[in-house]
Design a protein around this ligand. Sequence first.
Ligand SMILES: *Cc1c(COP(=O)(O)O)cnc(C)c1O
Length: 358
Amino acid sequence: MSEARPRFRALLETFPAYKPGRIPSSATGRSHKLSSNESPHGPLPSVTEAIAEAALGINRYPDNSAEALTAAIAERFGVPREHVAVGCGSVGVTQQLLEAVGEPGADVVYAWRSFEAYPTLADLAAATSVRVPLRDETHDLAAMADAITPHTRLVFVCNPNNPTGTVVHAAELEAFLDRVPGHCLVVLDEAYREYIRDAAVPDGMLLYRDRPNVAVLRTFSKAYGLAGLRVGFMIGHEPVAAAVRKTMLPFTVSCLAQAAAIASLAAEPELLARVEETVKERNRVRETLASDGWKVPPTEANFVWLRLGDHTASFAEACERSGIAVRPFAGEGARVSIGTPEANDEFLAVARAYPRRN
Ligand SMILES: *Cc1c(COP(=O)(O)O)cnc(C)c1O
């Protein structure tokens, strides 16, 4: 037998192996997953009914152009259908975008730290990442504009930012967009849009309208509670949406995901009432942490960020011992999702008992 082994792209050597988030079990037997920014609520009956009905047709391929879902999204947001592109979660759409712009010599600019999918998917698309450090836990839009060159194809602005929860406001974002040359696409990642209560945060759906190089990413995974089904979408001008449709893996949004997303749009008032509860809990968690002496950046998402530096791992372990999974970023900090009031109380108790503050 030959000694030769299958060969892979050298790039893969630089990727950490995927570690699925564990659900720890505590001494009390209770456990809470506060590591993935999911909705703590199960699906609505109207949504599971739509999924059950769609299940009767799964011997057929899904509608590759997702016509009914595209029409429902277009109607909901008051945009032309030609401006809508769907994908396997907004991470799937992110990959489609990067496949559409990426090649050797193409730069992609984003803040750091920001959403973990950007570097990996940029690498896979053979683009070069240009990371612009956060300032005060927030996008430094002036520095990001300075980082744009003739090689820059795409800039991500994650608003609110994952994992810090911080936002950029309309005036600064518009001033930034005015500085971005037309050859460069700006992608506003608004995965947490529904949790924003700060009125100074712009709605990408309005901002993109008169800007051909601006596109908006949204998802059904967070506020709409469909993380397990994988469906997200982009709104952008026709050439952008067309490019993103070309790089889509065929049939990437399943029949069940399409049906569930349509049912979720129909059930929006109920889902947004749940979001309101999460927003109240978010504010309570942040205020409680602050009054216990923690520094927590203002957050407009369904999570809080604690910059812990070298104490990140020990803090995450303390949480885990109490049955709470958080998302640590080694040496930097921990992101903690807002869960049910009970889960949040248990997290707050661990944070209160932790021997030091940040
Ligand atoms: C959670 C999240 C998404 C959504 O990913 P899906 O693939 O739609 O589940 C997108 N962007 C950011 C910044 C996120 O945190």
